[in-house]
Write a protein that binds this ligand. Structure first.
Ligand code: AHR
Length: 337
């Protein structure tokens, strides 16, 4: 790791200690910042997926709020606009700039070996956040994020119980599946859980898998097209809140009721503010949490590395899920995202 750029904080502390040891620092005096202090910041290059969802915006805010100059960092932020090639170019750029750490939230799991090997050759630690990369484990230092498969299981177990409570266990249940970005960990895990549950429940039937790309606009279009055919699903399984908002838009346009007292059961993921608002209003039935507040978690990993410790390779964030009856406005307002 390069030694010429140390954290501003660490540099300042070293300066104070050195001054105290040589008797050059009088009690109560504050060492003045020199121009060098800014070049002593720990430089973090962060390649973000994009700005496709409220979750993503919250994630970006968390990173930006954590990696500030006052915390001892210089953040080089790159928005990849949901394209892996942009992320690869950004990482190469970070390597050229000799950053201290590379943080990547990979849009998809495959295709990272080459560029991560380049980072390794340049001796720059890589921290993967939120979604996973499918590579040799030696190519990154640590990962922190959600267990997307478990999130999906929370949703399918909830559905199983809900249908039982409603006395609909033997009824045929038509499910419309709105997938997120194909090949992303969030899509892979949540989809796997749904497909496994459909295998197990003979009465559950997948009437369609449509690509919503985690966005409201795309999901609105694809769900509207399904509804145009006259087919009305019993359940819409939306792989994030923004997709759910697009699905509700399409349902509302057709005057098809949904949620607690409605015809269509709606399940969503993220538990972002807009998602929880819909849930509290009973317009959707379940919102499974996916926590975007990764800035402090990534920073904790960097601190461990700086301290010469070895961080855990994989760190899963604890998450929950929400039904309408348990939500209050106070609770929603108290959340940071
Ligand atoms: O990777 C996390 C997922 O990506 C979130 O569910 C979604 O909202 C985001 O775009």
């Amino acid at each position: 790791m390069k030694e010429w750029r140390k954290s501003g904080k660490f540099a300042l502390i070293s300066l104070m200690c050195a001054a105290a040891l040589t008797g050059g620092c009088t009690s109560g005096s504050t060492p003045e910042e020199t121009e060098d202090d800014t070049t002593n910041l720990t430089v973090v290059g962060f390649s973000e997926v994009g700005a496709e969802s409220d979750w993503r915006v919250a994630n970006t805010e968390s990173m930006k709020a954590t990696f500030t100059e006052s915390n001892g960092y210089e953040l080089l932020f790159d928005d990849a606009k949901q394209k892996q090639e942009n992320q690869i170019a950004a990482i190469r750029n970070f390597i050229l700039q000799e950053v201290n750490y590379i943080v990547v939230d990979p849009v998809v799991e495959d295709g990272w070996e080459g560029v991560l090997q380049e980072a390794k050759d340049a001796d720059i630690p890589v921290i993967v956040v939120d979604r996973m990369v499918k590579t040799d484990e030696d190519l990154f230092t640590a990962w922190v994020g959600s267990d997307f498969y478990e999130e999906g299981q929370k949703a399918t177990v909830w559905l199983e119980n809900y249908l039982e409570e409603q006395g609909r266990v033997h009824e045929r249940i038509d499910i419309l599946h709105v997938q997120g970005t194909e090949g992303s960990s969030a899509q892979i895990g949540r989809t796997k859980s749904l497909l496994e549950a459909i295998e197990v429940h003979g009465s559950w039937r997948l009437i369609g898998s449509v690509q919503g790309e985690f966005t409201q606009a795309k999901t609105y279009e694809v769900v509207r097209d399904v509804l145009e055919t006259g087919s009305i699903p019993d359940v819409i399984y939306c792989e994030n809140d923004n997709s759910m908002l697009g699905a509700l838009q399409a349902l509302d346009e057709k005057n098809i009721s949904h949620g607690v007292d409605g015809r269509v059961i709606v399940i969503s993921f993220d538990a972002s503010k807009p998602g929880l608002e819909e849930c509290k209003a009973g317009r959707i039935n379940l919102d499974v949490e996916c926590n975007p507040d990764h800035g402090p978690r990534v920073e904790a990993i960097i601190r461990q590395i700086e301290a010469g410790e070895t961080p855990e390779k994989y760190c899963y964030v604890e998450e929950t899920c929400f039904e309408p009856q348990e939500l209050t406005q106070e609770f929603i307002d108290s959340r940071g995202y």
